[in-house]
Design a protein around this ligand. Structure first.
Ligand SMILES: C[S@@+](CC[C@H](N)C(=O)[O-])C[C@H]1O[C@@H](n2cnc3c(N)ncnc32)[C@H](O)[C@@H]1O
Length: 281
């Protein structure tokens, strides 16, 4: 037994860790590595206290018997990594505004509607960054409209995203003019800002597990799925990328996180550099 083990409030055996991480993997595609045991413990200990359970063995039993699926959701919520930021990896937003959208506008056919999906949107910063970029580049005089769907598996972060309230320091990266245009700052929100209703109502948030079937009626133009597949095992990545290709229009674009790649995962995309991919027509 190491120091950390002896200091634990609850006994957490390897077999319980294995049972729980297997469930997480089957549901989400996320691989929980051996060295994540401590993280797993510290995130789940709150659930045990809340449920007034006296051991991880009891928690495993609780999960097994929970026919509502609610605890499975709580387990997933506790284990997902939700780190995000406004205009994270800004080159992607610059590419949208300076290259991709002007090119789409220039080569427009009849349908002047851009369908965009932020898949794994966490607390909403990526979605609102996309919404601001789309709003600024597809101004009314381009005669284009856009729809933005933003989804995540984690119900807790979606709640935060839909509220659209953030600590003021999170938006410090934005130019003052953009901040004034899209965010409210008032006495009641001392150190916080809130996305203005005009922008908020343009973003549709919903819960969606990327491992399950999803049915888009219309093909998409752009998918942002950044810093999500990095946590997935290879077979889940392959399946997911294939589903992304099916969901996109020919020539549609997929944006991944900076440490992610389609290398050896799919031959349905060409790389445009900077983890931007274009579906081969
Ligand atoms: C690190 S955040 C990335 C947020 C944002 N895309 C960014 O790059 O800043 C990863 C998000 O993926 C979500 N996620 C993980 N597995 C998922 C799954 N199977 N289906 C949907 N979302 C998932 C997590 O809940 C988490 O909010």
């Amino acid at each position: 037994m190491n120091m950390q083990e002896s200091q634990r409030e609850f006994v957490f055996k390897q077999e319980e860790f294995d049972f729980l991480r297997k469930i997480v993997n089957a549901r989400t595609g996320i691989v929980v590595a051996d060295e994540k045991l401590e993280m797993f413990y510290s995130r789940l200990v709150r659930r045990l206290r809340l449920l007034k359970l006296d051991s991880f063995a009891a928690y495993c039993g609780y999960i097994r018997e929970d026919i509502t699926g609610n605890e499975l959701l709580e387990l997933t919520n506790a284990i997902t990594t939700n780190l995000t930021a406004f205009f994270r990896e800004p080159h992607h937003f610059n590419y949208l505004a300076d290259t991709l959208i002007p090119s789409l506008v220039q080569h427009a056919t009849d349908e002047r509607l851009l369908r965009v999906w932020s898949a794994g949107c966490s607390t909403g910063e990526e979605a609102y960054s996309l919404a601001m970029t789309l709003d600024q580049t597809l101004s009314p005089n381009t005669h284009w409209d856009w729809k933005l769907l933003s989804t995540d598996i984690d119900s807790r972060v979606l709640h935060h995203a839909a509220e659209g309230v953030y600590p003021a320091d999170k938006v410090a990266v934005l130019p003052e003019e953009t901040l004034k245009h899209y965010f409210l700052r008032g006495k009641t929100l001392a150190d916080q800002v809130k996305v203005k209703p005009a922008l908020a109502k343009r973003v549709k948030f919903g819960q969606l597990n990327l491992m399950e079937a999803w049915g888009f009626k219309n093909p998409l133009d752009i998918i942002f799925c950044r810093n999500v597949i990095i946590y997935f095992e290879r077979k889940s990545k392959i399946k997911l990328i294939d589903k992304f290709a099916d969901a996109l229009k020919p020539g549609g674009h997929l944006f991944l996180g900076h440490s992610e790649s389609l290398y050896h995962l799919s031959d349905r995309f060409e790389s445009l550099g900077n983890t931007i991919y274009r579906k081969i027509e």
